[in-house]
Design a protein around this ligand. Sequence first.
Ligand SMILES: [Zn+2]
Length: 214
Amino acid sequence: MLTVKTTALVSLVCALATVSIAAALKSHRASSGSALRPVAMETASVVPVKEAAPAPKREALIGADDLQLLAARRLAMPVQGYDALKLHDTFDELRGGIRKHEALDIMAARGTPVVAVDDGVIMKLFRSIAGGITIYQSDPSEKFAYYYAHLDRYRDGLKEGDAVHRGDVIAYVGSTGNAPANAPHLHFTIFLLGPEKKWWRGKAVNPFPYLAAR
Ligand SMILES: [Zn+2]
């Protein structure tokens, strides 16, 4: 029950935060007159939220062979000690009434270790208004990027280019970005990267089937 309530709270606050971020960006632009780079929101997509028509590149389906590859990776639970039976599928929830969440929110106490779900490389340590302190980690083939957000902090010494192994502690759960301070959680998703292997340009894949109790 508590989890359900908390998740609802997260959705609400995420929605409110999205509105205030838009307002803040607008006023910032107005005051500084400088062009801002697109801010990575909770997802890595840089497609403007207000676009009327869906962006064509996000319509591409993810092939069954890619999903099979992902299943074969046998991903670890990204929050250390989290019971897979308690996982909720929050991928298709709406945020801000318009934008799909495209991630899982995994509730955990602040400071709980976040571990690498797979072997790979730290592609990017990134800070954004919505995601707060985040990590983009590749899988060994750089076909996928694993995205960890709202982190409290990185593991000491973690840097871009570091090789990590499945189960290595890489960060700690927090509430940076637009997560409510009283509901720390890990916002986690998977991106299928394009051939250019850019960390900010991927198609979100629902991690739920790969993390839920099997
Ligand atoms: Zn989230």
